[in-house]
Design a protein around this ligand. Structure first.
Ligand SMILES: Nc1ncnc2c1ncn2[C@@H]1O[C@H](COP(=O)(O)OP(=O)(O)OP(=O)(O)O)[C@@H](O)[C@H]1O
Length: 404
């Protein structure tokens, strides 16, 4: 029952609050720590569940235009998709929804993951070994296969939407663009997926696509895990297509029946330029990748969506099953110190210094932090320029020997 309008705010007891919020706990059940992410659809904080001391990630839902639109459709979609996905080791789990006193205080409470892969590969000081790359790719494929079995297309697979835990688990995150699809597929907007990971059928204006757009993005992630820089970093849609053509050769009706009827080709907006890009250059671009690896990458990057490898079959590819080194076991994957601890320490330190408490301990800590952020310039860096939000990341536990 709703609280009486004459009852003052202060008279509402903790028990009464539970009724007010329905099944959702109030957000003050969590101790908010530092901000750990900022996306188009919300700010993400690290927090502790006061009931059990567990670390969580709290994603605040942004209400851009609440009077007109009510609760944002993207967040509703995200919640619905997360509920459908349920519990899976390679998809980040929505634990609950927490609410604040104001109408805009709605938080999605997720299991906490220490890293996102984009930041990790930009700042780690030793590269993942071949067997670790195989493991990461397999973990990603398991998560993607789970989605696709549920008829869910993620539509925004990219490095920063892959989280990595200190148990060595890779998890797919950010289901704000995810959609359920049917057969035959209904028209959907082609303006999905971050440009560098966007499949050619989307770039050519197709509105009928399916889960194979996620598999293209998986191919781009595979390339990025090997090269430590984006495989196809186009600046706009036309440059993106050019980069694809340079890597794979131009598409044509023989290898991709129907390509000439796609909207942007049919309208003359895009020319397929068969004589300009005649060859597939994947093996030349990645000279250290084995034959099996080149075959797998080309299967993810098949032009024709119908010929693109799916996430279940990909896990049985010879690259994983026959070719040495075999994928590293999950339990042996490396772990890294959480940069969020360092961010929190830095925030606390800044607050302490601004209060004028310049004790000798503070000075020591400050110099330690400066030396670690300058170390990042010496690390592998590169992918996102010289971002210095964290220092070079060293593995915490390397349980197995370097295996090449
Ligand atoms: N469960 C989590 N654990 C730890 N960090 C997280 C978690 N969820 C999100 N983050 C961090 O917050 C960032 C933004 O989160 P998310 O992608 O869900 O937000 P978004 O608003 O949908 O972002 P985008 O603009 O990429 O669509 C992630 O890249 C990651 O660094």
């Amino acid at each position: 029952m709703a609280a009486s309008p004459v009852q003052s705010k202060h008279e509402i007891s903790e028990a009464g609050e539970a009724d007010l919020y329905g099944a959702c706990r109030p957000v003050k059940s969590f101790q908010k720590l530092n901000q750990i992410g900022e996306g188009a659809y919300g700010t993400v904080y690290r927090g502790i569940d006061k009931a059990n001391g567990r670390m969580v990630a709290l994603k605040r839902v942004i209400l851009h235009n609440e009077k007109q639109d009510g609760f944002p459709l993207t967040s509703l979609r995200e919640i619905r998709t997360l509920k459908l996905i349920g519990r899976h080791p390679h998809c980040v789990r929505l634990e609950e929804i927490a609410v604040g006193r104001k109408r805009d205080g709605v938080f999605l409470v997720f299991e906490y993951c220490e890293h996102d892969m984009a930041h990790l590969i930009d700042h780690m000081n030793t590269r993942f070994t071949s067997s670790e790359v195989k493991n990461l790719l397999l973990q990603l494929l398991r998560g993607v296969a789970h989605l696709h079995e549920l008829w869910i297309i993620h539509r925004d697979i990219k490095m920063s939407n892959l989280l990595y835990t200190n148990a060595g688990r890779l998890k797919l995150a950010d289901f704000g663009l995810a959609r359920l699809y049917g057969a035959p597929p209904a028209p959907m907007t082609p303006k999905v997926v971050t440009l560098w990971y966007r499949a050619p059928e989307l770039l050519l204006g197709s509105e009928t696509y399916d889960v194979s757009i996620d598999m293209w993005a998986v191919g781009c992630i595979f390339g990025e895990l090997l090269e430590y820089k984006p495989l196809l970093p186009g600046g706009d849609e036309l440059e993106q297509l050019k980069k694809i053509f340079e890597l794979l050769g131009s598409p044509n009706e023989r290898i991709w029946p129907g390509v000439e009827s796609l909207p942007h080709v049919a309208s003359g907006m895009v020319s397929l330029r068969p004589d300009r890009y005649p060859y597939n250059t994947v093996a030349a671009r990645l000279p250290r990748l084995s034959e099996g690896g080149v075959d797998l990458l080309n299967s993810f990057l098949a032009y024709d969506p119908q010929k693109r490898l799916n996430a279940t079959d990909a896990q049985r590819h010879a690259f994983f099953t026959n070719e040495r080194p075999l994928p590293k076991e999950d339990s042996l994957m490396p772990t890294f110190p959480s940069r969020h601890d360092e961010m929190e320490a830095r925030e606390k330190e800044r607050a302490r210094l601004s209060e004028g408490q310049k004790s000798s301990t503070a000075m020591l800590l400050k110099s330690a932090l400066f030396s670690s952020s300058s170390a990042s310039r010496k690390g592998l860096g590169g992918r996102e320029g010289l971002k210095t939000s964290g220092g070079t990341i060293m593995p915490v536990v390397k349980k197995a020997k370097h295996d090449g």
